[in-house]
Design a protein around this ligand. Structure first.
Ligand code: ZN
Ligand code: ZN
Ligand code: FE
Length: 755
C-alpha cells in the first residue's frame, strides 16, 4: 500500500550535501516526492511502499553525509499526494533557526582534481564541492543558497551549472562552486594597491616574494594571513619589527603533516586534529636534534609551536612553489580584529606587507583560525573560530525567551539561546579598540540576521567598565548579569550539560568580583542557578590596578609587601628586585601602604605572573599568557616537592610558600620553585576536592590554558577517583564567558517563569 511520510529534519543539514543525499536515497528505494531546505532544516516528503519507506528512514538516520549532524527528526504520516518523481525544490524562506555549516578544508577529491593536468579545474585556486570549502564566511543570510552568499555575483558557466544540476555529481547543489571560466579571479597588488598581476601566475609570483624574504598578505577563508618564510630569521624579524610584535609566538603553516613532522613532534592525537577537516592550529612541541629548524624568533623562548596544515586550495598551490614552512599569522593590528579586505589591509597594515594576494570573492563574516591543544588525548580549545563556528549546543530544556549573551572584554565571543539551542559565535577578540567594538556589533547583527533573532533578554558580566556591559544596558532590553568566574564554571557545565552541583576551580587573570574586588583564584560550589564562593586566594594589593597587569615584577613585589617589611625586603638578594630602582621600591611601598590605586585582588593569573618574575624569566609581559607559558618551560616532572600554604575559612594563603622558596631563589633553583609552585596549586585543589567527595569537579578559566597545570590537576584528581570536567569544544578562557552567561540565563529564566 502506498504511504506518504513527511520528515522534518533539524541540525547541521544545509550546505553539507544533505538534499542530494536524500535524493540518491529516495531513488535507491524507488520513492517519489520532494526535498527542500527551510529556515529551520530540511523537509522530505516521500511516498512509496511502507517497506521501502522503512529502509529509507533507517538509511537516512544511519549514514548522513560526513559533514552533516542530525539533531532531531520528526516523522508524520500524511495523505498521499501522488508525486511524479523525486525532486529537489527551491528553498522556502521561513523562520531561520537551522545550523550554519562552518568553513571546511579543501577535500582530497578536489585536491586531486586540482593537481590533475587533464582536469578542467587543474590549478583552480578556489575549487570546492559539497564536502568542502567556505560556508559561514561567505553567507549573508539563511537559507544557504548561492544568491545569499558572496558568490551571488558569479554566474555559473555551463559546465559548472551542469555539475550543480546533476544529482549524481559531487558538486550537486554545492553553492559556492566555480571554475577558471566563471569564478573569482586571483590578483596581486603592491601595498599601495597597484595591480601587479592576475590569474594563476600570481601564486608562483607570491612564492618568489616569500623566497626573497618578503611579507605577503594572503586572503584566506575568514580573513587575511600575513605570510613569511618560517625558516628565514631575517624575514621573521622584519615581520616582528613592522608589526611591533616583539615576542608573541607566530603560528606556522606546513604543507603537509609529513613536512610538519620534520620540524615538530606531533603525537597521534595532535596529528589527527591537525589534518581534520576543521584544520585548527594545534600547539605542538618542537622537535629537538633535527636539521629542519624553524627560525628561533618564530616562537622565542618557548618550545611549542602553533602549527597548522595547509587548508585552502591556494595554500596547497603555494606550497608547490615554496618548500619551507610559512609563518601564517592573522592579519590584524595587535589585539584588533582580523582584516577582511584589501582596503582595510592597506589602511591598517600598509606598512607591514610587501605584497598582497587577493581574489574577488568577498569575506562576509570574518573568522580567525581556531586554536587548541591536546590534554590527555582530549582537545582543549584556546580559540574557537574557523571550522567550528557557529558552534551549536542542544540542551534538554527549552527557554521561552530569546537570550543574547555578550561575553567578556577580552577574547570576546557572543552567544544566542532560543528554544533548546545555544549558539556560540567565533572569536571576536579584545574590545578595547573601536575596531574591536565594531566587529562585536557586526557579529551581533550577523547572528540576529542568521537566526531571525531579536533578544528579549541580554546577559552580561558584572564589570561596570566592560564595553559589553555598557552596550547591553543601552539596548532597551532587560539585562541579567553573571559574575565572571561563575560564568567560567557555567561554560564548562553548559558544554557537558551538567545540571546539578559541581565543585568548580575558576582560575584566571582578572574578573569583577561580587564584593567589588578583582577576583581570579576562585573556588565555588555551583549549579546552573546558584553559586557559593567556598574558597579563594587571599587577596593582595594590585599596585596600579588592572592597568598595571603587564608588569609581573610589580605583582611579585606586592606579594613581598604582604609579608615583609621594607627593611627585610632590602636584605633579599633576589634577581627581580634588581629590575627596580631604590626609589621605585620606596614609592611602590608608599602606594601599597596608603592603598593608592591598589585594589584587592585574588587572581591566580597574577600569582603566575609574580612567579615568572621571582624565577627571573619574565619581569614584564609582552603578550597575554606569556608568563604561564614561560613558567611551564621550567617545569620538571621529576620534582615532586610542593610548598606550604594554609587554608583558613576557605581563604588560601600562599605566604608560607613564598617564605619557603625564597631560600631556593637565593640558590637560583628556579626549576624547583616553578615546579613546586605548580605542584602546590594542584595540592590546594586536591585539598578542597577532599572536602566535597561527592561532587564532580569543573576546571575553567584562562589559567588552565597552562597545559602542565591542567594535565597535572586532571590526573591527580582522577587518580583519586574523581570525575573531572574541562571544556573540550569551547574556549576554556574568556572566549567561553558568553556560553556560561547563556547557560545561566537559560536556567534562570526558566526558573522565574516556571517553565
Ligand atoms: Zn571538495
Ligand atoms: Zn565554471
Ligand atoms: Fe576570565
Amino acid at each position: 500500500m502506498m504511504q506518504h511520510l513527511r520528515f522534518e529534519i533539524r541540525g547541521l543539514v544545509q550546505g553539507v550535501g544533505f538534499r542530494p543525499f536524500v535524493y540518491k536515497l529516495a531513488k535507491k528505494y524507488h520513492l517519489r516526492g520532494v526535498v527542500f531546505n527551510t529556515g529551520d532544516g530540511v523537509i522530505v516528503e516521500v511516498e512509496g511502499s511502507s517497506d521501502e519507506l522503512k529502509l529509507f528512514s533507517v538509511a537516512l538516520k544511519r549514514n548522513p553525509p560526513s559533514l552533516a549532524r542530525i539533531d532531531t527528526i520528526e516523522i508524520h504520516e500524511q495523505e498521499v499526494k501522488h508525486f511524479e518523481g523525486f525532486e529537489i525544490l527551491e528553498s522556502h524562506h521561513r523562520a531561520k533557526t537551522t545550523s550554519i555549516s562552518p568553513d571546511i578544508a579543501v577535500c582530497d577529491a578536489c585536491l586531486s582534481e586540482m593537481k590533475d593536468l587533464h582536469n578542467r579545474r587543474f590549478g583552480y585556486y578556489l575549487t570546492n564541492c559539497t564536502e568542502c570549502g567556505p560556508r559561514y564566511s561567505i553567507i549573508e543570510t539563511l537559507p544557504y543558497d548561492r544568491d545569499l552568499t558572496s558568490m551571488k555575483s558569479f554566474k555559473m558557466c555551463n559546465h559548472c551549472q551542469g555539475e550543480y544540476d546533476d544529482p549524481s555529481n559531487r558538486r550537486y547543489h554545492a553553492q559556492p562552486i566555480s571554475c577558471h571560466e566563471c569564478g573569482p579571479v586571483l590578483s596581486m597588488f603592491d601595498r599601495e594597491l597597484n595591480l601587479i598581476a592576475q590569474g594563476r601566475g600570481v601564486i608562483e609570483k607570491a612564492a618568489q616574494c616569500l623566497k626573497n624574504g618578503e611579507i605577503v598578505a594572503l586572503k584566506g577563508i575568514g580573513g587575511f594571513h600575513l605570510l613569511c618564510d618560517a625558516t628565514n630569521e631575517q624575514a621573521v624579524s622584519t615581520l616582528r619589527m613592522r608589526k611591533k610584535r616583539p615576542q608573541k609566538p607566530f603560528a606556522v603553516m606546513f604543507s603537509s603533516i609529513n613536512q610538519l613532522s620534520k620540524y615538530l613532534c606531533a603525537d597521534e592525537k595532535e596529528s589527527t586534529w591537525l589534518i581534520s577537516k576543521e584544520r585548527p592550529i594545534v600547539l605542538v612541541k618542537k622537535r629537538s636534534g633535527t636539521d629542519a629548524l624553524l627560525a628561533q624568533n618564530v616562537a622565542p623562548d618557548i618550545d611549542t609551536i602553533g602549527a597548522m596544515v595547509a587548508y585552502t586550495p591556494i595554500h596547497h598551490l603555494l606550497f608547490d612553489f615554496f618548500t619551507s614552512p610559512l609563518v601564517a599569522t592573522s592579519a590584524n593590528r595587535s589585539d584588533e580584529p582580523i582584516v577582511r579586505n584589501i582596503h582595510e589591509l592597506r589602511d591598517r597594515l600598509g606598512g607591514v606587507v610587501d605584497t598582497i594576494v587577493d581574489f574577488n570573492r568577498d569575506i562576509v563574516n570574518t573568522v580567525d583560525d581556531s586554536i587548541l591543544q591536546v590534554i590527555q588525548n582530549r582537545s582543549s580549545v584556546l580559540r574557537l573560530g574557523r571550522g567550528y563556528t557557529p558552534f551549536t549546543l542542544k540542551h534538554t530544556i527549552c527557554t521561552p525567551l530569546k537570550i543574547l549573551a555578550v561575553g567578556g572584554q577580552q577574547k570576546n565571543t557572543i552567544g544566542l539561546a532560543f528554544e533548546d539551542t545555544l549558539i556560540l559565535s567565533p572569536h571576536i577578540g579584545d574590545l578595547y579598540s573601536l575596531e574591536g567594538m565594531e566587529y562585536f556589533e557586526r557579529t551581533v547583527d550577523t547572528f540576529k540576521r542568521f537566526y531571525d533573532f531579536s533578544p528579549d533578554v541580554i546577559v552580561c558580566d558584572k564589570h561596570p567598565a566592560y564595553a559589553t556591559v555598557q552596550w547591553a544596558k543601552n539596548q532597551g532590553v532587560s539585562v541579567i548579569t553573571v559574575q565572571h568566574h561563575y560564568a567560567h564554571a557555567l561554560a564548562c557545565m553548559a558544554e557537558f550539560g551538567l545540571d546539578s552541583q559541581v565543585l568548580a576551580f575558576c582560575f584566571d587573570g582578572t574578573g569583577y568580583g561580587d564584593d567589588g574586588n578583582i577576583w581570579g583564584g576562585e573556588i565555588f560550589i555551583a549549579d546552573p542557578t546558584h553559586c557559593e564562593r567556598i574558597g579563594h586566594l587571599k587577596e593582595f594589593r594590585l599596585l596600579g590596578g588592572e592597568k598595571a597587569i603587564k608588569e609581573s615584577k610589580r605583582v611579585a613585589l606586592a606579594l613581598l609587601f604582604e609579608m615583609y617589611s621594607l627593611a627585610e625586603i632590602r636584605e633579599f638578594d633576589l634577581p627581580f628586585l634588581a629590575h627596580f630602582s631604590h626609589e621605585e621600591i620606596n614609592s611602590y611601598y608608599k602606594i601599597w601602604e596608603k592603598r593608592i590605586n591598589s585594589p584587592l585582588c585574588s587572581s591566580m593569573g597574577r600569582v603566575f605572573d609574580a612567579m615568572a618574575s621571582f624565577c627571573d624569566i619574565l619581569h614584564q609581559e609582552s603578550y597575554e599568557g606569556e608568563t604561564g607559558r614561560r613558567l611551564e618551560e621550567l617545569y620538571n616532572p621529576k620534582i615532586q616537592e610542593s610548598f606550604d600554604y594554609t587554608i583558613e575559612n576557605g581563604i588560601v594563603n600562599l605566604s608560607p610558600m613564598i617564605r619557603d622558596f625564597i631560600r631556593l631563589l637565593h640558590a637560583k633553583e628556579y626549576a624547583r620553585v616553578a615546579t613546586g609552585f605548580i605542584n602546590t596549586i594542584v595540592a590546594i585543589m586536591e585539598e578542597f576536592a577532599g572536602l566535597y567527595p561527592d561532587l564532580p569537579i569543573v576546571l575553567s578559566g584562562g589559567v588552565f590554558q597552562n597545559k602542565t597545570l591542567l594535565s597535572l590537576g586532571v590526573n591527580r584528581l582522577k587518580e583519586k577517583g574523581r570525575t573531572v570536567y574541562f571544556q573540550e569544544q569551547t574556549p576554556i578562557n574568556d572566549g567561553g564567558i558568553a556560553l556560561g552567561q547563556l547557560y545561566y540565563a537559560h536556567h534562570h529564566i526558566r526558573g522565574t517563569n516556571g517553565g
